[in-house]
Design a protein around this ligand. Structure first.
Ligand code: BG6
Length: 467
């Protein structure tokens, strides 16, 4: 649809950017922090670990000052569960509480709205050893952790996100470390169910404890294209969409499992065991908004029964496959970034429209961005026009979606500052702020404003009138 006149971004639009604790903080074992699964995970050869990352733990004041200079209205970050509860449960670590108190206060000093993710991939190791999300007790541990966050930060934090990209953890098996059950899918979807129950409990608790606050899920949502107009390809796209997207949002919003996803689980003998009362819990937890991460659309075609289509590299943006259900397909109409991810700004608008028409809840984008190899030039210059082009093209589509009538209240691209990527170390950069370090040489970790920093500063200053 072509609009004669575009609607403006709303006046109080939350322009900002995102990070996650383990990818940016460093200080992995300082001030009483306990180990998480990230601290023991197998690091791909040639890439760094997460021990120092961007050293944000020690430099958060400088980082927040730079965010304020860009004009951020919001900053989405995650809290490391193991800073608050080193063992995942039990003793609280006051120094961990203090760190996030200081960070939140620093943000508010500059009128930057804190948007807090409670869980971003970093399961406490102590809980993982007892089964992680596969163990029902982790649901209670998560609720207790959430309660402590609400008690300590609820007077200042108005926006809460429950679990980051639960769908990617399940789809790519990254929620479980080193567990080889007989039926991995059953184990995974049991973990999934526990996360959904934990999320619902925490959304309810948030509303009880903090009536003014808002809370929502934060999955990675992508519109799914059929590879052709062949009816079987269209069915495959619906299948994948149900398994990848709607399974998660239907439970979060409606408190019920998506029928297609459920029938997929039945076929795979992967129905989770559901305790008495669970469905009531799922129904009782209601989100106030939907936060979602978007990097690209996915394209699939029909997959024959028994065909080997799994091909999972572990990369969250490369479509996988399921025999008899769907098969990943490269979209010939889309360019790719340096890491093989397709770039599809128009698909962003499609995704925004689709989510809104299904759920009619306000939307905020909590990740979107371009991972690239940036170069620090002489005189502390980083030219990243490719990132500006990517972000601009996506912002244009947000404005079109707003004009389509979609209620979007914020945009927090990935990432505020360079950080360690999930698979490709520090060389895959996303930030507006360059961090001077290499994969294994920490150099001086100095912060450098990229070209995109100044560009985004003007976008925010003009509330998106100048993109
Ligand atoms: C999202 C995650 O999947 O994508 C982030 O929530 C991640 O943690 C981001 O960093 C970009 O992916 P990658 O693999 O390039 O770091």
């Amino acid at each position: 649809m072509k609009h004669k006149q575009l609607k403006q971004f709303p006046n109080n639009f939350l322009w900002g950017a995102s990070t996650s604790a383990y990818q940016v903080e460093g200080a992995w074992d300082e001030d009483g922090k306990g180990p998480s699964i990230i601290d023991v995970k197998r690091i791909p050869e040639g890439t760094t670990d997460y021990k120092v990352a961007s050293d944000h733990y020690h430099r958060y004041k400088e980082d927040v000052k730079l965010m304020a200079e860009m004009g951020f209205k919001a900053y989405r970050f995650s809290i490391a569960w193991t800073r608050i509860f080193p063992e995942g449960t039990g003793e609280i670590n006051q120094k961990g509480i203090d760190f996030y108190n200081n960070l939140i206060n620093e943000l508010l000093k500059y009128n930057i709205e804190p948007i807090v993710t409670m869980y971003h991939f970093d399961m406490p190791l102590a809980l993982d050893k007892k089964g992680g999300w596969g163990n029902r007790e982790t649901v209670d541990a998560f609720e207790t952790y959430a309660k402590v966050l609400f008690e300590n930060y609820g007077d200042r934090v108005k926006y809460w996100l429950t679990i980051n990209e639960q769908n990617m953890m399940i789809l790519h098996g990254s929620a479980i470390l080193g567990k080889d059950g007989e039926n991995m899918e059953k184990e995974l979807y049991q973990q999934n169910h526990h996360m959904l129950v934990a999320q619902a409990k925490v959304m309810k608790l948030c509303h009880e404890m903090l009536p003014q606050a808002k809370i929502g899920p934060a999955p990675n949502i992508s519109y799914i294209y059929p590879a052709t107009s062949k009816p079987d390809d269209v069915l495959a796209a619906q299948n994948f969409s149900a398994i990848r997207n709607w399974l998660y949002l239907d439970v979060a919003v409606f408190g019920r499992y998506n029928n297609l996803a459920w029938s997929f689980l039945e076929e795979r003998d992967a129905i989770p065991s559901i305790q008495e009362g669970d469905m009531e819990i799922l129904k009782a937890g209601k989100p106030d908004f939907i936060a979602f991460n978007y990097y690209s659309t996915k394209t699939v075609e029909a997959a024959l029964d028994g065909e080997n289509v799994k091909n999972d590299t572990g990369d969250q943006e490369l479509a996988v496959g399921e025999a008899g259900v769907y098969k990943g397909h490269t979209n010939p109409n889309l360019p790719k970034n340096d890491f093989g991810w397709e770039i599809d700004p128009v698909g962003f608008r499609t995704t925004l429209r689709e989510i809104y028409s299904r759920y009619h809840l306000p939307l905020i984008i909590t990740e979107n961005g371009l991972g690239a190899f940036d170069t620090l030039e002489e005189g502390d210059i980083v030219n990243d026009p490719y990132r500006i082009n990517y972000l601009r093209a996506h912002m244009e589509q947000i404005q079109l979606a707003i004009t389509d009538g979609v209620d979007v209240f914020g945009y927090c691209p990935w990432s505020a500052i360079d950080l360690i990527s999930t698979h490709q170390g520090s060389k895959k950069r996303y930030g507006f702020i360059f961090v001077n370090r290499d994969e294994f040489d920490l150099k001086d970790l100095r912060r450098v404003r990229k070209q995109s920093f100044y560009w985004y500063q003007n976008v925010i200053k003009t509330n998106g009138a100048e993109l």
